[in-house]
Design a protein around this ligand. Sequence first.
Ligand code: SAH
Ligand code: SF4
Length: 358
Amino acid sequence: MTLSKPQIVDWLTEQRPRRLERLWAMADQVRREHVGDDVHLRGLIEFANVCQRNCLYCGLRSDNTNVSRYRLTEDQIMDCVGQAVTFNYGTVVLQSGEDPDLDLDWLCNLVRRIKRETDLAVTLSVGEYEDDDLSRLRDAGADRYLLRFETSNAKLFDRIHPPAPGQPKRDRMEILRALRRLGFEVGSGVMIGIPGQTWSDLADDLLAFAALDLDMIGVGPYISHPNTPLGKYLERYLAPQAEQVPATELMTYKVLALTRLICPRTNIPATTALATLNTESGRELGLQRGANIIMPNLSPTEHRQEYEIYPDKACVKDSAGQCLLCITGRVAMIGRTVGKGRGDSPNVHHRRAAEPTQ
Ligand code: SAH
Ligand code: SF4
């Protein structure tokens, strides 16, 4: 569905419960028609929390000295991968901070090993890399790449996302286009309610999802972390009250639903950040308002608390097995099914089918 910017802003600012019920119903219907009832599970492995960056929103920023830093070994990661196989997940997502000491050969070998020893799809979420490095990761067998552009307002992005020390500024939109050229399934997304984010910015974010023709779109509420500049000095960063998007559960559902309407074939997770705002039923409501993916955590329980991008993250105390049981139960309760296989994005199939044959 094509929506104009004023129509998107109208939906984002809509408060009337009956109109919102209509939005949820439309999103659910479009989700059912284009990606079906399957909920695909992606095993998330947070393999290192070392980060050279100083994003103003994130608890893993390098200036936060209250974090005990860890890197999992290849064997520890392969143990998590083994659990993904046992649990019948079709995909593992390898996520980390931007570790300046990460050896790309090591990461390529890890991807090669997972691809050799399992049938899993491999998704990387490891930050900004040069095109040559991304090409090597693709050649090693990585299938998908997640890099949120966080906000399409370039000024706001630059304010909250300074370049890594000694490195030039990179344009995440350019990186997303490079990922597409290299043949990755491409995922991106934004945080909702970043201090300084306006209604107009968020509407532009939704239009950018469509323009980039994304295969996966992750949207979650911004959650304040006390050891970050945005957490400590919030007032300095907020937009004028009438313009500032609130970082609420309701706003997250609105953006989820609109994302589904605008990008009907994309894979959309009900994120952990959403489950953090509503541990009781955030995931279920997300799945009923546009989402079709869940990313259960496979990281070793002893390190989960150290991967504190934001505080009080849902499920930090659970084991991987508990996460599986909890999530499959929730999926069944709302009458949906757990997807089998890799769960590639229907958007990719659609794009390839539309490509001219030689
Ligand atoms: N270092 C990589 C991957 C880890 S961060 C990267 O930056 O891409 C993964 C995502 O966590 C980010 O894209 C951001 O959208 C989200 N995130 C970071 N801090 C957050 C916060 N305070 N609240 C909500 N989401 C946050
Ligand atoms: Fe590092 Fe990613 Fe956090 Fe930025 S958002 S500080 S790059 S982990």
